[in-house]
Design a protein around this ligand. Structure first.
Ligand code: FES
Length: 118
Protein backbone atom coordinates (compact mmCIF):
# COMPACT_ATOMS: atom_id res chain seq x y z
CA UNK A 1 0.00 0.00 0.00
CA UNK A 2 1.46 3.39 -0.95
CA UNK A 3 2.21 5.79 1.87
CA UNK A 4 1.26 9.38 1.21
CA UNK A 5 3.00 12.13 3.16
CA UNK A 6 1.27 15.46 2.79
CA UNK A 7 2.64 18.78 4.02
CA UNK A 8 0.43 21.82 4.45
CA UNK A 9 0.93 25.02 6.42
CA UNK A 10 3.77 23.57 8.47
CA UNK A 11 1.89 20.39 9.35
CA UNK A 12 2.63 16.89 8.08
CA UNK A 13 -0.10 14.33 7.51
CA UNK A 14 0.66 10.72 6.61
CA UNK A 15 -1.53 7.75 5.75
CA UNK A 16 -1.57 4.64 3.62
CA UNK A 17 -3.84 4.54 0.61
CA UNK A 18 -4.89 1.80 -1.78
CA UNK A 19 -2.95 1.51 -5.04
CA UNK A 20 -4.48 3.55 -7.88
CA UNK A 21 -5.77 6.12 -5.43
CA UNK A 22 -6.66 9.62 -6.50
CA UNK A 23 -6.24 12.01 -3.58
CA UNK A 24 -8.91 14.45 -4.77
CA UNK A 25 -11.43 11.63 -5.10
CA UNK A 26 -10.53 10.52 -1.57
CA UNK A 27 -10.85 14.04 -0.20
CA UNK A 28 -14.23 14.23 -1.91
CA UNK A 29 -15.47 11.35 0.21
CA UNK A 30 -13.86 12.85 3.30
CA UNK A 31 -10.95 10.51 3.58
CA UNK A 32 -7.30 11.45 4.02
CA UNK A 33 -6.01 13.97 2.97
CA UNK A 34 -9.38 15.58 3.71
CA UNK A 35 -9.83 18.26 5.01
CA UNK A 36 -6.33 19.52 4.29
CA UNK A 37 -6.11 19.04 0.54
CA UNK A 38 -7.28 22.09 -1.38
CA UNK A 39 -9.11 21.26 -4.60
CA UNK A 40 -12.14 22.36 -6.55
CA UNK A 41 -13.02 20.97 -9.98
CA UNK A 42 -11.42 17.53 -9.83
CA UNK A 43 -10.98 17.70 -13.60
CA UNK A 44 -7.69 19.48 -14.22
CA UNK A 45 -9.34 22.81 -14.92
CA UNK A 46 -8.78 25.01 -11.87
CA UNK A 47 -5.25 24.13 -10.61
CA UNK A 48 -6.40 24.55 -6.99
CA UNK A 49 -5.13 21.03 -6.23
CA UNK A 50 -1.58 21.84 -7.37
CA UNK A 51 1.00 20.19 -5.13
CA UNK A 52 4.78 20.19 -5.15
CA UNK A 53 6.14 16.65 -5.30
CA UNK A 54 8.96 16.32 -2.78
CA UNK A 55 9.64 12.60 -3.20
CA UNK A 56 8.36 9.86 -5.47
CA UNK A 57 8.00 11.92 -8.64
CA UNK A 58 9.97 9.29 -10.53
CA UNK A 59 7.06 6.88 -10.14
CA UNK A 60 4.51 9.24 -11.64
CA UNK A 61 3.54 9.24 -15.30
CA UNK A 62 4.54 12.29 -17.32
CA UNK A 63 2.23 15.30 -16.90
CA UNK A 64 -0.85 15.15 -19.08
CA UNK A 65 -2.06 18.02 -21.26
CA UNK A 66 -4.25 19.43 -18.50
CA UNK A 67 -1.30 19.65 -16.13
CA UNK A 68 0.84 21.25 -18.83
CA UNK A 69 -1.87 23.80 -19.53
CA UNK A 70 -2.60 24.64 -15.88
CA UNK A 71 0.89 24.49 -14.42
CA UNK A 72 3.16 25.76 -17.19
CA UNK A 73 6.54 26.66 -15.71
CA UNK A 74 5.54 25.24 -12.34
CA UNK A 75 5.93 21.74 -13.80
CA UNK A 76 9.69 22.29 -13.81
CA UNK A 77 9.51 23.21 -10.14
CA UNK A 78 7.95 19.84 -9.39
CA UNK A 79 4.29 20.79 -9.27
CA UNK A 80 1.56 18.37 -10.33
CA UNK A 81 -2.22 18.44 -10.21
CA UNK A 82 -3.33 16.02 -7.51
CA UNK A 83 -6.64 15.42 -9.29
CA UNK A 84 -4.74 14.06 -12.30
CA UNK A 85 -2.60 11.60 -10.34
CA UNK A 86 -3.41 8.02 -9.48
CA UNK A 87 -1.02 7.05 -6.73
CA UNK A 88 0.74 3.70 -7.09
CA UNK A 89 3.88 4.26 -4.98
CA UNK A 90 4.96 6.13 -1.89
CA UNK A 91 4.82 9.86 -2.46
CA UNK A 92 5.53 13.02 -0.51
CA UNK A 93 3.68 16.18 -1.48
CA UNK A 94 3.42 19.74 -0.25
CA UNK A 95 0.58 22.08 -0.99
CA UNK A 96 1.60 25.69 -0.63
CA UNK A 97 -0.72 28.54 0.13
CA UNK A 98 -2.29 30.07 -2.92
CA UNK A 99 -0.38 33.02 -4.32
CA UNK A 100 -1.74 36.41 -3.33
CA UNK A 101 -4.72 37.43 -5.46
CA UNK A 102 -3.77 39.24 -8.62
CA UNK A 103 -5.53 42.36 -7.33
CA UNK A 104 -3.17 42.68 -4.32
CA UNK A 105 -0.26 44.99 -5.01
CA UNK A 106 2.99 43.09 -5.44
CA UNK A 107 5.12 43.22 -2.32
CA UNK A 108 2.23 43.72 0.11
CA UNK A 109 3.13 40.65 2.12
CA UNK A 110 6.81 41.62 2.32
CA UNK A 111 5.92 45.11 3.54
CA UNK A 112 3.70 43.71 6.29
CA UNK A 113 6.40 41.23 7.33
CA UNK A 114 8.99 44.00 7.46
CA UNK A 115 6.84 46.15 9.68
CA UNK A 116 6.34 43.23 12.10
CA UNK A 117 10.09 42.72 12.33
CA UNK A 118 10.78 46.40 13.01
S1 FES B 1 -9.06 20.15 -8.60
FE1 FES B 1 -9.18 21.54 -10.26
S2 FES B 1 -7.35 21.12 -11.33
FE2 FES B 1 -7.32 19.63 -9.77
Amino acid sequence: MPTVTFHKQGQTYTDEVKPQTNLVVRAGIRQFPYPNLRYECGMGKCSKCACRVIAGAEHLPPPNWKEKKQLGDRLEQGYRLACQLWIEHDIELAQDDLPAPATAPAGTVAVIADSVDA
